[in-house]
Design a binder for this molecule. Sequence first.
Ligand code: PLP
Length: 358
Amino acid sequence: MDRVFNFAAGPAVMPEEALRRAAAEMLNYKGTGMSVMEMSHRSAAYQEIFDHTVARLRQLMDIPADYEVLLLQGGATGQFAAVAMNLLSGFASYVDSGHFAHSAWMEAMKYGDARCIASTREEGYRRVPANDEITVDPSADYLYITTNNTIYGTRIPEIPDTGAVPLVADMSSNILSQPYDVRRFGVVFAGAQKNIGPAGLTVVIVRKDLLGRARKETPNVLNWTVMADKGSMLNTPPTYAIYMAGLCLDWLADQGGVAAIYQRNLQKSALLYDYLDQSRLFHGIADKGCRSLMNVTFRTEDDALDVAFVQEAAANGLCSLKGHRVAGGMRASIYNAMPLEGVQTLVRFMESFEKQHR
Ligand SMILES: *Cc1c(COP(=O)(O)O)cnc(C)c1O
């Protein structure tokens, strides 16, 4: 069977090379006589796999030594609670730039004084709050942002300067898609299933001086300090997802790393946005100043035509283009592993659909 171009928002497309390597190693991983899935997480062979994934991530993101890299479970959503439980004692500032940012703020409010300091909710999240709308309170425990808003197709064009206030970032949908200076952040976290690897793994990168602040009742599996002390293996980690993530990161390194993939991401997203900007049938939804490189949202003026487009595209091997149910329209998620050819094919299909329906 031929593989399709998969534009799903997550779980999402993964590099074919990584999938092939996993297939080749499925029954007998490097002479161990077993699948990685069957290995004890305490075995030397598995520890090597784990260490490799962490080392690759450190290399690709240039993560300094004074940051811990934790490989956890519970998704980005688990971290919405973990952020507050590990850092919130006085008050925290939240930037509400989309669905997940809003959920993170709501979750944090369960545990303390989480304040929304800027929001574009009233504008349907077509843009993110500009940096001059964000007032940093120097006594906040942290300031929380979402670098890329997966559902609305926006990203923060320029990371705000928060001075000494730790910046906490949900990078789930654009981690590794463009160079970010980790030193600007106190905490970065991401669910793996968009731009890292398969679902089930959650990456947390935390500056070491922010450890040791967790409230007493924090569950151990969400406690960054406990997990850092235990090398992320207080309990069984998501072993296979960590292995797969390592293969995907190997692929990214082979592509030339983050700087190289960023250039390709600029090219891929420009192809779609340039087409949308001149189309007389489709138009982009997000404001031009904060368009996402990873999730391109668009629509026609006609809901029924949107439905027909998604169906016809799928019949032509262009899958999962339906927008999120809260946003409507269409969304093409074009993560690192989406080849340029996938975007070119999509644009050609949109051109022919436009000819037919205008
Ligand atoms: C997908 C997503 C989430 C939710 O991730 P889970 O791993 O499903 O909990 C949170 N934030 C952002 C930005 C996302 O894209």
